[in-house]
Design a protein around this ligand. Sequence first.
Ligand SMILES: NC(=O)c1ccc[n+]([C@@H]2O[C@H](COP(=O)([O-])OP(=O)(O)OC[C@H]3O[C@@H](n4cnc5c(N)ncnc54)[C@H](OP(=O)(O)O)[C@@H]3O)[C@@H](O)[C@H]2O)c1
Length: 284
Amino acid sequence: MILVTGATGYTGRFLLPHLAAWGQPLRCLVRPTSDRGLLDPWPVEICTGDLADPPSLGPALAGVRLIFHLAHIRYTPALIACAPAGLERLVLVSSQRRYSRVPSPSVAEVIAGEESAQNSALPWTLLRPSMIYGPGEDRNLCRLAAYLRRRRWIPVCGDGRALQQPLHVEDLVEALLAAARAPAALRRSYHLAGPEALSYNALIDQVGTTLGIRALKVHLPLSLVLAGLWLARKTGLAPDLEAEQFRRLQEDKGCAIDAARADLGFAPRSLAAGLAQIYAKGTA
Ligand SMILES: NC(=O)c1ccc[n+]([C@@H]2O[C@H](COP(=O)([O-])OP(=O)(O)OC[C@H]3O[C@@H](n4cnc5c(N)ncnc54)[C@H](OP(=O)(O)O)[C@@H]3O)[C@@H](O)[C@H]2O)c1
């Protein structure tokens, strides 16, 4: 039995067709509030539970040999506590956020989630993707593309030179599948990202080029953005925006993917190829 957590999320929807093709019994853990209709196309057993409520996880984990944990890495301790005896591989999706130097509880919880697996006796493999993009609502480049389509200028917080290394969701899925099977990946961690790191300025240009749009970048000093944010929060205009999001935008997010290439056969597509598949004129 294979268990997938986070199957109703963005990556999960790309992973499921591949797992269904394996032909092995497949189970998805979903919350009572999850949109289960998203799983209708696939032959999956649906098990209700909540990773924030460990006692609810027993039925989902019974008899499981392989787990793809796509829900947040902070829930790893709950999975470890309920892991069945015959578990052969626990594939965990963490995040490059663990390397952020911006102090934040969200960084601490990623590190704690990873360490709970690394300190366990379980057969884990840990993947740390960078920004994920792909077809549909990826909540990353699709938003940039939508913005560029609406306006021919874009505000950029800071100088825009910090490195990004977006990862196509199908390349992440290939790495997930390989991580479940590669003997060399046992109890190892891997950075996953696209083949090239580029500045945020260059990323805007590349998305724009794919869309046939040349956008003017308006650079705003971080101090000005943070002051504006403080004011917006005070007046209730942007209650959900956090200063750490803007501070993190100033950090380089490039990473080396050689270990994943060697052990997982990871061969991510170029950003130009990935963007063309999604945004080539008239297709998205
Ligand atoms: N997106 C990125 O750019 C990015 C970058 C680096 C790392 N990651 C990591 O990669 C993984 C996949 O990302 P994603 O963007 O595909 O995820 P996502 O779209 O945010 O989906 C999250 C999934 O986790 C489920 N979930 C959340 N809380 C849960 C709980 N308490 N119990 C059970 N299930 C729960 C959600 O279920 P519901 O349907 O009920 O909400 C949903 O299926 C995540 O661990 C994320 O942290 C993402």
